[in-house]
Design a protein around this ligand. Structure first.
Ligand SMILES: Nc1ncnc2c1ncn2[C@@H]1O[C@H](COP(=O)(O)OP(=O)(O)O)[C@@H](O)[C@H]1O
Ligand SMILES: Cc1cn([C@H]2C[C@H](O)[C@@H](COP(=O)(O)OP(=O)(O)O)O2)c(=O)[nH]c1=O
Length: 207
């Protein structure tokens, strides 16, 4: 019997939007529906990727070095985790993927989008998420949530205009790729957001 390829779901949003809060919910929801899945994150997702994550989140570096390390981590993640999972029929869910490079390195830091497109074509010419959940909140809401909870990494210490540009690029991409993006208004309560996500997943499961 031919094995059906699994689905690939990615989670995106500016820091503090509430992305991490909902990843476990999605994992549990899908497992309860009998779906086998692999959950991982970027940068990271493999032992080498986690080492790159540590560097890229804490060291100062040239913008293009930062982008190249994101894609290096991604290359390893796709080869070791995402493709094998999808090929075996399992679903893969990733806390961030290439949209984050466009939003942060492209939007936030102003890197030429054409260079990011070239990297995307190099690293995953044939792979795109089946579904991207974009958790969207105004900057002040995200900032207040971050300040209430944790010590901040290199990106999280950036200023408001960085996050405004990052958020805009995410929203621009959601408009550019409407078939796979779902924008979640993350100012809503956690239970309301979960209801919306469950509806989106049910639609996908019915396909
Ligand atoms: N819809 C929500 N309403 C209120 N607080 C939220 C909501 N979503 C997340 N939070 C809180 O905001 C903080 C940041 O959420 P988190 O999921 O870690 O954000 P992200 O992964 O997007 O950076 C956490 O303390 C979380 O409990
Ligand atoms: C995947 C990716 C992440 N990032 C940034 C966004 C985040 O600020 C940071 C780490 O993401 P994340 O795992 O969401 O951070 P946390 O665990 O603190 O919630 O890396 C990029 O700048 N480019 C990328 O391509």
């Amino acid at each position: 019997m031919t094995q059906h390829r699994g689905k690939f779901i990615t989670f995106e949003g500016i820091d503090g939007a509430g992305k991490s809060t909902h990843i476990a919910f999605v994992g549990d929801y899908l497992k309860n529906k009998g779906i086998k899945l692999v959950s991982s994150r970027e940068p990271g997702g493999t032992p080498l990727g986690e080492k790159l994550r540590d560097l890229v989140l804490h060291e100062k570096m040239h913008l293009e070095t930062e982008a190249l390390l994101m894609f290096a981590s991604r290359r390893e993640h796709i080869a070791q985790v995402i493709e094998p999972a999808l090929h075996s029929g399992a679903w893969a869910i990733s806390d961030r993927f290439t949209d984050a490079s466009f939003a942060y390195q492209g939007g936030g830091r102003g890197m030429d989008l054409a260079k990011l497109e070239a990297l995307e074509q190099w690293v995953h010419p044939h792979l795109q998420p089946d579904l991207t959940l974009l958790f969207d909140v105004p900057l002040e809401v995200a900032r207040a949530r971050l300040d209430a909870t944790r010590s901040l990494d290199k990106f999280e210490q950036e200023k408001a205009d960085f996050f405004a540009a990052t958020r805009n690029e995410y929203l621009r991409r959601a408009t550019q790729f409407p078939a796979r993006f779902r924008v979640i208004d993350s100012t809503q309560s956690i239970p309301d957001i979960q209801l919306r996500i469950a509806g989106i997943l049910d639609e996908m499961l019915a396909l």
